[in-house]
Design a protein around this ligand. Structure first.
Ligand SMILES: Cc1cc2nc3c(=O)[nH]c(=O)nc-3n(C[C@H](O)[C@H](O)[C@H](O)COP(=O)(O)O)c2cc1C
Length: 191
């Protein structure tokens, strides 16, 4: 598996990165399925794990779901820039995707993905209380019925820049890719 990272061609490396991102959809155990999403809030930086729900290669976009009342959603409403950090400990490969994020609430994008969500997952977006609100006891929050108004939000990050790092035996490697119009320019970097 590691061999595919062993290239000295930047176009090939970029191709491998896209292939790896595309692979996540069909591989629930892929470590890149759980990136850390880092944002800037009014009190400073913030970061948390999310599930990567989709990747579109033509649009260079990453997608995650959330509760519209979550802090990350209001942070992204103020500052659209966010970094998605992926790490695969099996291959010791880190990918940082620098994005501009659009937050979708109560629109056709939300409707589309809400209808595709399995019933069991919908309860995550039907809690009476907002994420981070106080509870009297663990698990005391009330989940509304599936027919109630939901708080589902879709976050779509358009990738502007990629930073790839491989902790390779025999010499680490790092490369950066910058979006330029419809294409990408890349360069090797000192790790
Ligand atoms: C494995 C894992 C996956 C998670 N996936 C998501 C997710 O897809 N969306 C989400 O909003 N929060 C997800 N969370 C919870 C967030 O990490 C975070 O605790 C929560 O969303 C509140 O973050 P915020 O206050 O910064 O908005 C996940 C947590 C873990 C541990």
């Amino acid at each position: 598996m590691i061999r595919r990272w062993d290239t000295e061609s930047l176009p090939d490396l970029l191709e491998h990165i896209w292939m790896e991102l595309a692979r996540i959809d069909g591989d629930r155990d892929h470590p890149w399925r759980l990136p850390v999403l880092a944002t800037s809030g009014s009190h400073g930086p913030n970061a948390r794990t999310v599930v990567l729900r989709g990747v579109t290669r033509p649009g260079h976009e990453l997608m995650a779901f959330s509760d519209r009342r979550a802090l990350k959603v209001s942070e992204l409403g103020h500052r659209h820039s966010a970094v998605w950090v992926f790490y695969d400990p099996r291959e010791r490969v880190q990918l940082r995707a620098f994005t501009e994020v659009r937050v979708h609430v109560e629109d056709t994008v939300v409707d589309t993905y809400w209808h595709r969500l399995p019933e069991a997952n919908r309860s995550n977006y039907l809690s009476e209380k907002a994420p981070g609100e106080g509870l009297e006891a663990p698990g005391a929050g009330r989940v509304l019925s599936p027919g109630s108004a939901h708080q589902f939000a879709v976050l779509i990050g358009r990738i502007q820049r990629l930073d790839w790092l491989w902790l390779r035996e025999g010499g680490h490697r790092r490369a950066g890719f910058q979006r330029e119009g419809a294409g990408w320019s890349g360069s090797w970097l000192e790790p």
